[in-house]
Design a protein around this ligand. Structure first.
Ligand code: IFM
Length: 447
């Protein structure tokens, strides 16, 4: 690769977070409970018994956090709104203080000339709705539309980029099939039903957001996508890779872009296929302005007849480097993925809405956090994304996960993804070496 890779002038460099992972103030100013408040307080669910009660205390420290973003030179910031903070029971009564918080946050970002990218759903469903079936209940689709309408009108004219859902695969399967995320259910057919309702709510909300906005309003969805490689060239492993690709990637991409669930997956799921009402599929394929891609690693799979349903199992490569999450570092995967999505689905625009790595960062005696491995990780991923752009991929921006260390779901605070180190006992923020490096990338618009 050449020495210096220049990015287009209008390329957006950002960082991302999510409400439950950073806000804290879980019981303040009229906020209702979310499924993550409930789940994290259930013994045995989260590493070390951690909860998001305080998290990064961003609810109180957002001004300092936006000042840090400005110092880093970010062009854009992706954050999510906590549904129960603005509608405590998920439907009905509105919490004015909650809306005021997002008002202040957006205004502070705009004053700092940072473009807000707002995600409506990054997993903190109001607990009250869960008690009525949550995403498995089709009524939740309508409540989500009402919530979107409220927020969209409130922030209209100031927020131009909306993301309906973050990673519906994770919500569906980690939350409802494997039970490791809230609401902690283990029921594969129910997870499929949830996936359908999430997609439906996404599409209904596209209309809501477009209607509330103006010609600048852009709406998209964020999917967690990965290249899937077979463990060998054996026919059954190649077939296993195709099935896992269908499960993780095509189950979401196909209905959004082609207006159909993948036929091989309908066959594979058989009687577990969710209830799909007439007209649903047409709704789901409503045109979007951009696709958000979250990329962390690839998956290698092999045929495994002992496994139920998908009949596959994962293979860990021998000669590889891994992050603290145990995820293989595979930078060329971002190139492969972007090219594939562009070729097969041709979204108008794509953003990398998340990419980053957890490493066991520590503060040195000099007070510094020297996270060289994160710099290498990001440098390589930026470079491969650049290569994809040179070959015609319409990538318009890149959000590093994450702005700062935060609550990493079932792993609690044991994993650090941030560009900024958070010393949780004092809530002190420390720029890691990667944050200073990222500032230079943004300033020079090159890697
Ligand atoms: O922290 C999460 C984020 O909430 C969603 N995408 C993956 C990240 C790292 O696991």
């Amino acid at each position: 690769m050449p020495e210096k890779l220049e990015f287009p002038d209008d390329f957006l460099w950002g960082a991302a977070t999510a409400s439950y992972q950073i806000e804290g103030a879980s019981y303040e100013d009229g906020k209702g409970l979310s499924i993550w408040d409930h789940f994290s307080h259930t013994p045995g669910k989260i590493h070390g018994g951690d909860t998001g009660d305080i998290a990064c205390d961003h609810y109180h420290r957002y001004r300092e956090d936006v000042a840090n973003m400005k110092e880093m030179g970010l062009n854009a910031y992706r954050f999510s709104i906590s549904w129960p903070r603005v509608i405590p029971e998920g439907k009905g009564k509105i919490n004015k203080s909650g809306l005021d918080f997002y008002d202040r946050l957006v205004d502070t970002l705009l004053e700092a000339e940072i473009e807000p990218f707002v995600t409506l759903y990054h997993w903190d469903l109001p607990q009250n709705l869960q008690e009525n079936g949550g995403w498995a209940n089709r009524d939740t689709v309508g409540y989500f539309e009402d919530y979107a309408t409220l927020v969209a009108h409130r922030l209209a004219g100031r927020v131009h980029h909306w993301i309906t859902h973050n990673e519906p695969w994770v919500v569906s399967f980690l939350g409802h099939a494997f039970g490791v995320h809230a609401p902690g259910i283990m029921d594969f057919p129910l997870a499929l039903q949830v996936s359908h309702h999430l997609l439906l709510s996404h599409a209904e909300t596209v209309t809501v957001l477009k209607d509330a906005g103006d010609e600048r309003t852009k709406v998209g969805i964020t999917l967690n996508l990965s290249p899937i490689h077979p463990a060998s060239e054996k026919k059954e492993d190649v077939e296993a890779a195709k099935i896992y690709d269908g499960h993780l990637n095509r189950w979401f991409l196909d209905p959004i872009f082609y207006g159909a669930y993948p036929p091989d997956m309908l066959d594979c799921y058989g009687e577990k296929v969710p209830q799909i009402l007439p007209g649903d599929i047409g709704t789901i394929s409503k045109k979007i302005d951009f696709l958000g891609v979250n990329y962390y690693t690839r998956h290698i799979v092999k045929h495994d007849p002992r496994q139920r349903i998908l009949k596959i199992s994962s293979v860990v490569p021998k000669e590889a480097e891994f992050t603290d999450m145990g995820w293989e570092i595979y930078p060329s995967g971002i190139y492969e993925l972007l090219k594939r999505v562009q070729n097969d689905y041709s979204p108008e625009v794509m953003y990398i809405t998340e990419n980053g790595a957890a490493f066991p960062d520590t503060i040195g005696n000099d007070g510094k956090v020297e996270d060289e491995r994160r710099i290498n990780y990001l440098k390589e991923h930026f470079s491969f994304a650049h290569k994809a752009m040179l070959e015609g991929v319409r990538l318009k921006g890149y959000f590093v996960w994450s702005l700062m260390d935060n609550f990493e779901w079932a792993y609690g605070y044991s994993k650090r993804f941030g560009l900024i180190y958070v010393d949780y006992p004092t809530q002190k923020r420390i720029f890691k070496k990667s944050a200073n490096w990222y500032r230079q990338v943004i300033q020079s618009n090159s890697v």
